[in-house]
Design a protein around this ligand. Sequence first.
Ligand code: ATP
Length: 248
Amino acid sequence: MTHKIPLNHPRASSLIIREKLIDGFNRGIVVPQGLIAHGRGEAFDYLLGEKTTKYAYNAEKVAVCILLLSDKSTISINGNTAALGAKDLVKLSYVTKSRIEVNLFHRSVARSNAIARILRKEGSHEVLGVHTKAKSIIYGISSNRKFVDKEGIMDSDTVLVALEDGDRTESLVSMGKKVISVDLNPLSRTAIASNVTIIDNIMRAIPNMIRLSEQLVKKQKSYLQSLIKNFDNKENIRNSLLIIKKGI
Ligand code: ATP
């Protein structure tokens, strides 16, 4: 890490996250725009009390149910998510039997490969999205996020995205995929368009989801289906907004 943060500092966890991103930036994984995007998320996290709300936890539970019941699921990884939680994202991919795909807005071969190397180092046997031969296109998107792996996102019924832009979320939903998003901003287009919106910091959401997967994988399929059926994403977003309002 660039600077050592004293653990008794009142804002230690927030400062540690910043240091992880700066470290990722120095290693060529995070782009400057990613640092700015983090700032937007951080502001919402501040208003949410920097903890997982009961509504976020419920969304995490339902998201895990969907991942466990999916035929094919893929976790989409970008620079910020790799810098913040590569190890946990790889673990989540194992416990939910999901594939992992690198997908970048500010795409370059060097950056994609650097992120793939980190994911492999953390134990991922197969990282999709880095082989040009497997490239497939989502039409209607102008950014580089339109390039997806035909064995990964393109072929999946469920996609987990985090720190995502709204265009691609909307396209993935219109393609009939179930989209689970982790986004601290309940008002973003991604949050609104997703089937399940986890309004939580990715640093807390993914470890929670790993623990939930380990518990829920032992449950009956009908139990998981009932949790999904009883979930209302719009209600979940509204409740998170009420927490923010109360916080203010
Ligand atoms: P949209 O296009 O969906 O309206 P946007 O333009 O705000 O959203 P981006 O800037 O592409 O989207 O993505 C960043 C999003 O990620 C922001 O909504 C921000 O709140 C969220 N975010 C940033 N850091 C984190 C984090 N650590 N955990 C969860 N979400 C985060």
